[in-house]
Design a binder for this molecule. Structure first.
Ligand code: SAH
Length: 235
């Protein structure tokens, strides 16, 4: 396995690059790719920046130029369900682009000419991510929970109750909202690369989200990413 690890923001990946050995850095297309040994795994870490196009480009380059065989996206997300709380972890079983709507030519959410709306993550990677997350959360105060299910991505920071409500009406199983995962899913689906997405909940995707998000990202996000990936790479 050669694992590509993508995050949108520096805080979501801090510490991982410091933990790498035999590091080689390369800048390509305005991003810095760091290849090396991460615990037991041959890995390439990169920050995609925010949004679906940025994430899709990064995933494509990881595969085509850096020859990764698997991809994991680790980052934060807004909650998409009342049962999913700040500090919980959501591991995606499938991902949908919530702002994809080419109806009436194609059903809402379907990616035109692929026949896909919800793209399933790789079962084995997802199982391993869930195990790593569960092990990490056991040591955390306030018993945060692990959830597995649907994550929706779009080029919007969801910060109004009504926005989330409308999404939830269309996607009742929704657990989390973010801005990159489903784009990585599409690229990996089309290139035949197994992938997984893991998100720590930073906010409730409502009017408090901008403040909650910033606080969480600064204080908690990197510790979670480091802890979970360490467990993942050692199993
Ligand atoms: N204002 C922020 C922008 C953050 S975008 C800034 O200046 O940095 C939010 C990032 O975290 C995205 O990468 C997205 O994947 C994730 N995210 C967290 N909460 C989100 C929410 N409520 N809606 C959409 N994406 C969210």
């Amino acid at each position: 396995m050669r694992l590509g690890i993508i995050s949108a923001l520096a805080e979501e990946q801090m510490g991982l690059i410091d933990a790498m050995q035999h590091v080689e850095k390369q800048v390509h297309g305005m991003r810095e790719y760091t290849a090396g040994k991460l615990w037991d795994i041959d890995a390439v870490c990169v920050l995609s920046r925010i949004g679906k196009v940025a994430a899709a480009m990064t995933a494509s380059i990881l595969v085509e130029k850096f020859r990764v065989t698997h991809i994991v996206f680790t980052g934060v997300a807004g909650s998409g369900d009342v049962g999913v709380r700040v500090g919980d972890i959501v591991v995606a079983e499938s991902l949908v682009q919530h702002d994809m709507d080419a109806s009436p030519l194609f059903p809402r959410f379907e990616i035109p000419l692929t026949g896909q709306s919800h793209i399933a993550s790789d079962r084995d990677l997802t199982r391993r991510l869930a195990l790593a997350a569960r092990e990490f959360l056991q040591e955390e105060p306030d018993t945060p929970q692990l959830h597995r299910g649907l994550i929706a991505s779009g080029d919007q920071f969801i910060k109004h109750r009504a926005q989330l409500g409308a999404l939830k009406d269309a996607l009742p199983d929704l657990l989390a909202v973010e801005m990159e995962g489903a784009a990585v899913a599409q690229v990996c689906f089309e290139l035949g690369i197994p992938f997984g997405v893991i998100r720590t909940i930073s906010d409730n995707a409502n009017e408090d989200a901008p403040v909650d998000f910033m606080e969480f990202v600064h204080k908690v996000a990197s510790r979670y990413a480091f802890g979970v990936l360490q467990n993942f790479c050692r199993t």
